[in-house]
Design a protein around this ligand. Structure first.
Ligand code: DP6
Length: 415
């Protein structure tokens, strides 16, 4: 066995994913097993990502975690489930006699620091990126290899899809122990390079009903949800995989919108009802359908998760015109459109060239502009999944490694 090291730390990043066939409802609350399979698109980390550093050291006296600079309760059941699972896998690996990449005692405590570069809990899938990153970073620091679906899933169901890039399905599985409830890549990010994603941020506030509680109530009260899961989703999964494989945007866009609408219909079928969409969300839906009707084909598609923000899919040749249609329908409040700084704050991420709207399209949109309805837009695209960004092994070179760590993880018992 190699010599014992005082501290080992790893930093990894993970992306957000957006489901085009939605996960809503669990068959096992403890193991986080879904009542239906789901399919998602992984977004580019330049615009939306979680960065997590995990360190283990013999000097740490307890497990601790900081989220966006604030210490959180490490005793939360989901966090504990991830930690237990990763330590179990690490012990299994050691007892199997595999070469040990990490000569540190498994009884050492871990410190974790995680930051998002986007608003947390605002319907932008922050828990998916957060738990995918936690699972992956812990796996690196504890020397665990193989599929991490189970570890990520125990934190948040949708997190297992953020482990992979491109187009990803989470197979619901049949087994009671959840061993076959895993994520897998359907196609890599390079498969459909023209696909673009626009996030229309309507509100960056925390949602009123979280996904976990919302889907629990839906499972208990919505007959539509059960019908959807059993009778409709299996065929939708197959059709969505076909759309992706054949890069059939028309069918991809239509099914994405239908599935989003059906998910929100199950929310309304829940008792008491849950409504995640607001007036601006409904105006965006109207805008997309008017835009498509004007062009005589599906050129843009929307999907909404558990919040009012819209995620729009389109192709690169349509992005500029659609952004212009959004600006026209949702101008900045108080003359902001004339100020270059406000204009650039409104559109973040990938550059989008300015486009002029034809009078015919303006008339076809047929909407009274709603100033300030959309706070800002993030333009992005499809990209790879969770990845390591730095490895800090104390020992030789430890001084350099430690100096680049998050202050919470500097090897001292307190932050
Ligand atoms: C609407 O994965 O956040 O975004 O497993 O309880 O943590 P928990 O729920 P979560 O639910 C995501 C729901 C959704 C649809 C989806 O991403 O598939």
């Amino acid at each position: 066995m190699a010599s014992e090291k005082p501290l080992v730390a790893v930093t990894c990043t993970a992306p957000v994913n957006i489901a085009v066939i939605k996960y809503w409802g669990k068959r096992d609350e403890e193991l986080i097993l879904p009542i239906n399979s789901s399919l998602s698109v992984t977004l580019h980390q330049d615009q939306l990502k979680t960065t997590t550093t995990a360190a283990i050291s013999k000097d740490f006296t307890e497990d601790r975690i900081w989220l966006n600079g604030r210490e959180e309760d490490v005793g939360q059941p989901r966090l504990q489930a991830c930690l237990r699972e990763i330590r179990r896998l690490a012990r299994k690996r050691r007892s199997a006699g595999d070469e040990d990449p990490l000569p540190l005692s498994l009884s050492y405590k871990v410190h974790v620091a995680s930051v998002n570069n986007f608003p947390t809990a605002a319907g932008l899938a922050s828990s998916a990126a957060g738990y995918a990153c936690l699972a992956y970073t812990l796996a690196q620091v504890y020397g665990v290899e193989g599929d991490l679906s189970e570890v990520a899933r125990r934190g948040s169901g949708s997190a297992c899809r953020s482990l992979y890039g491109g187009f990803v399905e989470w197979q619901m599985g049949q087994r009671a122990d959840g061993k076959d409830s895993v994520a897998r890549q359907v196609a890599p990010e390079s498969h459909w390079p023209e696909l673009r994603v626009l996030i229309l941020v309507v509100s960056a506030e925390k949602k009123l009903t979280g996904s976990t509680v919302g889907m629990q109530t839906s499972v208990e009260t919505s007959p539509l949800l059960r019908f959807r899961a059993e009778a409709l989703v299996p065929a939708r999964m197959a059709e969505m995989a076909r759309c992706v494989m054949e890069r059939d945007f028309q069918a991809f866009g239509q099914l994405t919108m239908k599935d989003s609408n059906q998910f929100h219909a199950t929310c309304l079928d829940t008792f008491p009802p849950i409504s995640y969409l607001n007036d601006t969300s409904r105006r965006i839906i109207h805008l997309v359908h008017r835009f498509n009707a004007h062009h005589g084909q599906t050129k843009v598609a929307y999907t909404f998760d558990a919040g009012p923000n819209a995620v729009i899919f389109t192709l690169d040749d349509t992005m500029a015109e659609f952004v212009a249609a959004v600006r026209h329908s949702f101008p900045l409040e108080s003359n902001g459109d004339k100020c270059p700084a406000s204009r650039s704050r409104f559109l973040k991420g990938l550059p989008v060239r300015p486009a002029l709207l034809s009078d015919e399209l303006k008339a076809a949109l047929g909407m009274e502009p709603t100033p300030g309805g959309i706070k800002y837009i993030i333009a992005t695209q499809v990209r790879p999944g969770t990845q390591p960004s730095a490895w800090h092994g104390a020992g030789a070179g430890a001084r350099h490694a430690k100096s680049s760590l998050h202050p919470c993880l500097s090897g001292k018992p307190t932050c």
